[in-house]
Design a protein around this ligand. Structure first.
Ligand code: S3P
Length: 435
């Protein structure tokens, strides 16, 4: 599908971004392992989270929905999963595959998990390595680095492990595996990644403690079911935050957005670039801070971003590059080599596609150097099957001169199924055309 976008004369209105992707995945998985009925409202019905639901169903979990954003998971406890009759399909979702590998490692049965072409290229050794050290037998291409992966789990031993790179997926996989051991698993990160798993596992009654960059979990404690109201995804809101800053006549409010400090790097960086963002704190939901964000047109300037900030905005870097492309002066994004192993090689693809629109962006081994220009020009660009690249390019199209056509835009449904409808509600002239 092609998304055809005309830059609108103004960009005004309110948007409720879809439910947070990371929290939706975790709510389903933790709900499946709890004893009783977990009710999830605001569940993200994007393809990635649907992959998690389907894998859990194949493992014997009774799940209803999503129905109007509601998912009901009837969990049977830590020992309730069944050997799947077929290959588990994680689709495009790294979170599904990595978190479920942690669960599968604890199961006394055989399972196989696979994904789409993009996911089959992504590194899994970072999860399969430590899970093997806990005692799981795992097979896969390149000695367990690449999916499809098969797992024969059970009889796990606790592990003390320090992650070489901050990763919430790896941390979460090991914490989930830790639930199936009868000792204490300790996971230490080099810098803090998103902590939704820790918050939700604690809320469900897991014996889990956070001490600085170290998380300790004692296994075998039964989990209680939860009632979860998923806040809006700041990674989805980020597209509109950037478009709002860059558009000369903009006033947007993003409502009920997750404001977990491990996720709000994009707010901090845009503010440091001079963006007029206003945060209106709201009610806490799902054990997570939430609130609204108001954005109006601003003049941005470039800066340097790296270090511990990177995990706090890793998924927002494609759209941050769009902001930097139109900021005054130079932006340097470093320490972000992880971008190469996301849904696409985001360093090469973001640089290549934004350059087609006239951006002065240069790929570096661990990020980008971007020199701000005064205008971008509309162009035919490609998503390379990467949902966040597709939406970042659409935002560039909102502030470019002339028409922008984003090819391969169907992947947007992976994380933001209502994206085109939300753009149209803001009065943007946007069309979806079949290839
Ligand atoms: C996620 C963690 C991040 C992020 C991904 C979602 C999660 O990946 O990029 O989109 O839900 O835990 P890493 O753990 O690989 O950094």
């Amino acid at each position: 599908m092609r998304l055809i976008i005309q830059p609108p004369p103004s960009l005004e209105g309110n948007i409720q971004p879809p439910g947070d992707k990371s929290i939706s995945h975790r709510a389903a998985i933790i709900g499946a392992l709890a004893e009783g009925t977990t009710v999830i409202d605001g569940f993200l019905a994007g393809a990635d989270c649907l992959s998690t639901l389907n894998c859990l169903r194949a493992l014997g979990v009774d799940i209803a929905g999503p129905d109007g954003g509601r998912v009901v998971v009837r969990g049977g406890g830590l020992d309730s999963l069944k050997e799947p009759e077929t290959v588990l399909d994680a689709g495009n979702s790294g979170t599904t595959m990595r978190l479920l590998l942690g669960v599968l490692a604890g199961q006394p049965f055989y399972s196989v998990i696979n994904g789409d072409e993009s996911l089959r290229r992504r590194p899994m050794g970072r999860v399969t390595g430590p899970l093997r050290s806990m005692g799981a037998a795992i097979w896969g291409r390149q000695n367990g680095e690449l999916a499809p992966l098969s797992v024969r789990g059970g009889k796990l031993e606790p592990l003390a492990y320090t992650l070489p790179v901050a990763s919430a997926q790896v941390k979460s996989a090991l914490l989930l595996a830790g639930l199936f051991t009868s000792g204490e698993t300790i996971v230490t990160e080099p810098c803090r990644s998103r902590d939704h798993s820790e918050r939700m596992l604690r809320a469900a009654g897991a014996d889990l403690r956070v001490e600085g960059l170290r998380v300790r979990i004692r296994g075998r404690k039964p989990l209680k079911p939860l009632t979860i109201n998923v806040p809006g995804d700041i990674s989805a809101a980020a597209f509109f935050l950037v478009a709002g800053c860059l558009h000369p006549r903009a006033a947007l409010t993003l409502e009920k957005v997750n404001l977990n400090p491990t996720r709000t790097g994009i707010i901090d960086v845009l503010k440091a670039m001079g963006a007029p963002l206003e945060i209106i704190p709201g009610e806490e939901t799902a054990g997570e801070p939430a609130g609204s964000i108001r954005v109006t047109s601003g003049r941005l300037h470039g800066l340097e971003v790296g270090g511990a900030m990177i995990p706090r905005l890793i998924d927002e870097i494609p759209v941050l590059a769009v902001a930097a492309a139109l900021a005054e002066g130079e932006t340097l994004i470093r320490d972000a080599a992880e971008l190469k192993v996301k849904e696409s090689d985001r360093i090469a693809m973001v640089a290549g596609e934004l350059a087609r629109m006239g951006a002065e962006i240069y790929a570096r081994p661990d990020g980008f150097r971007i020199k701000g220009v005064r205008r971008l020009r509309g162009a035919v660009v490609d998503s390379h099957g990467d949902h966040r690249l597709a939406m970042a390019l659409a935002m560039a199209g909102l502030v470019a001169e002339g028409t922008t056509e984003v090819r391969g835009a169907e992947c947007i449904a992976i994380s933001y199924p209502g994206f085109t409808a939300d753009l149209a509600r803001l009065g943007v002239m946007v069309k979806e055309e079949d290839d």
